[in-house]
Design a protein around this ligand. Structure first.
Ligand code: TYD
Length: 222
């Protein structure tokens, strides 16, 4: 049996973590062979790259857009080699929090050209695409408020990640790029508005995931 590759995407605060947890718990209850991972940081080396990308630097310098792009792809290449490709070859369900669409949305919004994104994507992915991408869509004005109140509730020691502090304008461009990806790949991308309740969003996600798994030969009816 060939594995199933599912990714989950969205702007910060769109409810991605909650829904990823709910979906993975549901799949575990069905005893499906499951691998849950994330980018950046799905491998031990990737976690080092993640730290380089997202934690503040003592030197005060910032990555230029091309260097940042290459670091995200270094993390992805390692993740594909160590986790994603072998797990799919073993017939597992691979659920990944952020993947290439995040690069196209975020680094594209930072000014990286589409042709650079295309070339690097081709080099690293070698044609591998998720069978399904769940895109949780929300207005960044609302989602960033959720991120800020969540961070405040956690206390001052929970420094924001670098992108969380970025301008609302940037996040609006990110959302626009995600929506353009969904429009360009309607068969792969399930666009799910995430302002509904968590239960409603979970149900909408399951409506897309269940048939995919059934078609792949998994038993999804408890
Ligand atoms: P993370 O703490 O995982 O945020 P979230 O909970 O929102 O997923 O941080 C990942 C950050 O990295 C997030 O701001 C999006 C960004 N990112 C990119 O800019 N490009 C990429 O290719 C990926 C995978 C993530």
């Amino acid at each position: 049996m060939q594995g199933v590759f599912i990714t989950i995407e969205g702007v910060e605060g769109s409810g991605k973590s909650t829904q990823l947890l709910r979906l993975s718990e549901r799949l575990r209850r069905l005893y499906l062979p499951l691998v849950v991972s994330k980018e950046p940081g799905g491998t031990a080396l990737g976690r080092e790259v993640r730290r380089l990308l997202l934690e503040p630097h003592d030197c005060g310098e910032a990555w230029c857009p091309d260097a940042e792009l290459l670091l995200f792809y270094a993390d992805r290449a390692q993740h594909l080699e160590q986790v994603i490709r072998p797990s799919l070859a073993e017939g597992k369900v691979v659920l990944v929090d952020r993947f290439e669409d995040s690069t196209r949305a975020y680094q594209g919004a930072s000014g990286v050209s589409d042709s650079a994104l295309d070339r690097l994507g081709e080099l690293v992915l070698r044609g591998l695409r998720p069978h399904l991408t769940i895109l949780l869509d929300m207005d960044p004005e609302v989602s960033l408020l959720r991120v800020n109140s969540r961070n405040q509730a956690l206390g001052p020691e929970f420094a924001e990640t670098r992108f969380d502090g970025a301008e609302l304008d940037f996040h609006r461009r990110v959302r626009k790029r995600f929506l353009a990806i969904a429009q360009a790949h309607p068969n792969r991308v399930a666009l799910i508005p995430s302002r509904a309740t968590a239960d409603q969003v979970e149900a909408a996600i399951w409506l897309r995931v269940a048939p995919l798994l059934r078609n792949a030969g998994f038993s999804v009816d408890p």
